[in-house]
Design a protein around this ligand. Sequence first.
Ligand code: SME
Length: 151
Amino acid sequence: MDYTAVEQELRRELARTAPGTPAMTRAVEILKARVPDYTWVGIYQLFGNELVLGPFLGKPSPHTHIPVGRGICGAAAADKETIVVDDVNEDSRYLACSIETRSEIVVPIMRGCDVLGEIDIDSDRRAAFGEDDRRMLEALASVLSEKWTAA
Ligand code: SME
């Protein structure tokens, strides 16, 4: 996996994509197409105290609305920090989306101290997310923050 190439593609594509939903949709498409381990890729937007699912690729999730503080997604929004879970079956916070999911990464999209939303990725492989994934996705979160529009 050439993470640098994927990050460059994300930067290049998002630079010429309209802000808001088109930018989020394009980012999800690129990640899903380029990284075989990314089984489910989605972006949540924070409205008030609730994360609402926006563009995603993968099986439909029952968790389209997640209060801050609930699940791994809600924990990342509350902590304002990336969370990596190597084995979701060993994390009591986990809200199940698919029986096959083994690991998850959630990266908040921040503007200053405010959470705008987050990138959420599931993998069917245990411990699929390492430092390279975190670095690339945190860089993407910062690009998406620039492309964010008020809903
Ligand atoms: N697993 C997440 C819920 C969202 S689904 O993975 C799409 C969580 O625990 O917050």
